[in-house]
Design a protein around this ligand. Structure first.
Ligand SMILES: Cc1cc2nc3c(=O)[nH]c(=O)nc-3n(C[C@H](O)[C@H](O)[C@H](O)COP(=O)(O)O)c2cc1C
Length: 457
């Protein structure tokens, strides 16, 4: 690794048909077949990548308070199923792969998340990560739950209370030696070492105990994925890994701003691993790669792109003048993909048509690396150097899985010493040990303040 930290590699999936489902050989329409996921997870485990991430939300494109019919017809951010229920099966099928899933703090209660994830952290042997989001497509999920749309920044304030309560349940209830399991005396646990928490916030509160004994990591590795300004503040306070998807200059600015905030917060500039969405359109030769790219980018229309954009932002681009700028940047749905194109982050503001073209070609994940294996790894290395990112959240290839990346890109990265050999992957059974070398939240993380004095860091 020539003294450098290895490039971090996570793999992106969602329990849905991927955007490329129409391409020949694409298997993502098998998303409700458990064997599809087990086969994929086993392959990733053997390849030695860091983790599999399963995205989620309770949403779909909505305009004027109704689901966009074209989204249903064309499978744009639709259909979707629950990823968390897959994780115990994937844990059994794998040995080292990190397993990361999204749960929204807007939709679920902290007590439910704390209990389910404590259970899963046991079942995965501490390989669990939680992508803490306030949730994409909030306009749709508010309608689905028949609740008012909570204003954007209030969602982040609620997220903070939510996460702090979950962490208090994981870190603050059970002392390390509370579990006794002494058959002779009949003592299961030492009641003096299992503490009730008593917390009352504006939105979330609890009086009581977490009933699940402490899991290997206690708090699962905390991911975050909203790049709006409130999202970045939340990341700097609590995240241990951050997902990004933007142009190189904007990605560099986002990472630098979170690292500055991390320093201000006393967590240290390296307390977070930054992973940028990486699409690798790769083939043995450059010509084949370019042909692949042409085949992929041809089938979305501007209307399809508008449906995808409406999902992320709640804004209906088809109702705006295509050759002007966004007529409004006010939205209480997601802001990342409004700020990204409206000049807010130092990048030039795009016209509505340019935004639609960007979404038509690249959807939400940004421009791909295209070429033969040497070319794409050159491009990926240049991206990391320019942005300061620590690695990639690899997007599925046209088959809906990761065959091209695993067969062509990973060997080239290994040849250059950028990624550890599978058997040389950092030792340690938990995901946090794999990424940071320690199993529990570090003392500088706000969650550590909930620990009892007797609990090991
Ligand atoms: C690679 C990547 C993965 C993401 N995964 C999710 C996800 O699974 N669920 C979700 O609601 N948002 C996810 N997001 C974030 C959304 O795009 C959206 O920005 C966020 O949920 C709303 O927060 P915002 O207002 O800060 O943009 C992801 C973002 C990126 C870049």
């Amino acid at each position: 690794m020539s003294g450098q930290r290895p490039i971090r590699i996570g793999m992106f999936q969602a329990v849905t048909t991927m955007g490329q489902w129409r391409l020949p050989g694409n298997t993502s329409t098998d998303f409700l077949d458990l064997q599809h996921w087990v086969t994929m997870a086993k392959r990733l485990d053997a390849a030695g990548v860091d983790f599999l991430f399963l995205a989620d939300d309770y949403a779909y494109p909505v305009v004027d308070e109704h689901v966009v019919p074209r989204a249903i017809e064309r499978a744009i951010q639709f259909p979707k199923a629950d990823p968390v229920v897959l994780l115990s099966a994937l844990a059994l099928a794998t040995e080292r792969l990190g397993l990361v899933a999204t749960v929204s703090t807007t939709v679920e209660k902290p007590q439910i998340v704390a209990r389910r994830f404590a259970t899963l952290d046991h079942l995965t042997g501490g390989r669990l990560g939680w992508n803490v989001v306030t949730g994409a497509g909030q306009n749709a999920s508010a309608l689905l739950f028949d609740e008012p749309l909570i204003p954007h920044d209030e969602r982040y304030a609620r997220a903070e209370e939510h996460l702090r309560l979950a962490m208090e349940l994981w870190e603050g209830c059970w002392e390390d030696d509370a579990l006794v399991e002494d058959r002779e005396s009949g003592t299961y646990a030492d009641a003096s070492k299992v503490h009730e928490i008593d917390r009352h916030g504006r939105w979330h509160g609890a009086r009581g105990v977490l009933t699940v004994p402490p899991s290997p990591q206690r708090t699962p590795l905390l991911f975050q994925a909203g790049a709006s300004s409130s999202g970045r503040g939340f990341a700097a306070d609590y995240a241990e890994a951050v997902f990004l998807a933007s142009e190189p200059a904007a990605t560099a600015a986002q990472i630098a701003s979170v690292r500055d905030l991390l320093e201000t917060n006393g967590r240290g500039r390296d307390a977070v691993v930054f992973l940028s969405a990486g699409t690798f359109v790769v083939a043995p030769t450059e010509e084949e790669a370019l042909a692949k790219r042409a085949a992929q980018s041809g089938f979305w229309t501007l209307e399809d792109a508008a449906a995808a954009y409406a999902f992320f932002t709640g804004l209906d681009l088809m109702s705006m003048d295509l050759d002007g700028p966004l007529t409004t940047t006010r939205t209480e749905t997601g802001r990342t993909n409004v700020e990204r194109f409206s000049g807010a982050n130092g990048a030039p503001a795009l016209t509505v048509r340019q935004i639609l073209e960007e979404f038509r070609r690249n959807s939400v994940m940004g421009a791909p690396f295209v070429g033969d294996p040497v070319q794409v790894v050159d491009q990926a290395e240049a991206f990391l150097a320019e942005t300061g990112a620590d690695g990639f959240l690899v997007q599925p290839d046209p088959t809906g899985t990761f065959d091209d990346f695993l067969d062509l890109v990973l060997p080239e990265m290994r040849r250059r010493g950028l990624v550890a050999e599978p058997e040389a992957a950092p030792a340690g059974p938990t995901l946090r040990e794999r990424m940071f070398g320690h199993a529990h939240l570090p003392a500088s993380h706000p969650g550590a303040s909930f620990r009892r004095a007797s609990v090991e860091a």
